[in-house]
Design a protein around this ligand. Sequence first.
Ligand code: ADP
Ligand code: MG
Length: 238
Amino acid sequence: MQTSSNKTSKTSNKHCLIDVEHLSVHFEGYKALDDISFQVDEGDFVYVIGPNGSGKSTLLATLTGLLEPTSGKVRVDTKGGIGYLPQKLFNKRNIPITVEEVIYSGFDKQYLHIKEVQRKQIEKWLHTMQIEHTLKMPIDKLSGGQQQRVYLIRALINKPRLVLLDEPTSALDPGFRDHFNQLLESLHRLGITILYITHDLHEYQDENKKVLYVDQKIHYYGSVKEYKCIHEGGHTHV
Ligand code: ADP
Ligand code: MG
């Protein structure tokens, strides 16, 4: 992955954090992504949508550098850090790793002992995510929804400038989902740039956010408002 730290988008004065040009990712000849180009500016909130198997997770994994482009260029400004929540969570049984250790691995640097200031941060986040009792528990003893909360904390703990979330609410119950979406709103208001893979656009009211509709190619990239106008009635499930 190439990184660029001082690039400005051609279409606005905002700082360009992600610049994808003619990106293709193939798996044994299958085109998961086929010649896509788009940019994301600092402060953007982009919903990435598309049917199952349309290349959404492949796109986010390529932005993090976990997957290499087959062709094309991906430039991500990594200054300020990236928080990433993958769709498939690490879930090896019999590895005695605790919730605290999983979250701690999300910090830039680890020391021999967790610093007091870091422990306080971890405890605060566990409280925000309503799982404070899990601190010392092995991660594999938690329910799917609790694990998802832990990995969300891991993605956010370092206050990254850019956050990439792959279906972050899939295992969360509806009540907590609302709470989590409000939390993301507050992070966005602080200026954090967010790419968010979801299937449920209708839940989200802020029509100034962006939608990136991917299905091998980019089928739409623009505001939620315009997207909803095109797709009658405002209720969209992909
Ligand atoms: P989405 O997240 O939109 O559901 P994915 O990006 O996970 O879709 O997958 C896009 C396509 O690429 C699917 O057909 C999937 O089977 C295929 N694919 C994804 N990862 C791999 C891989 N590591 N090896 C082979 N095929 C893959
Ligand atoms: Mg996926």
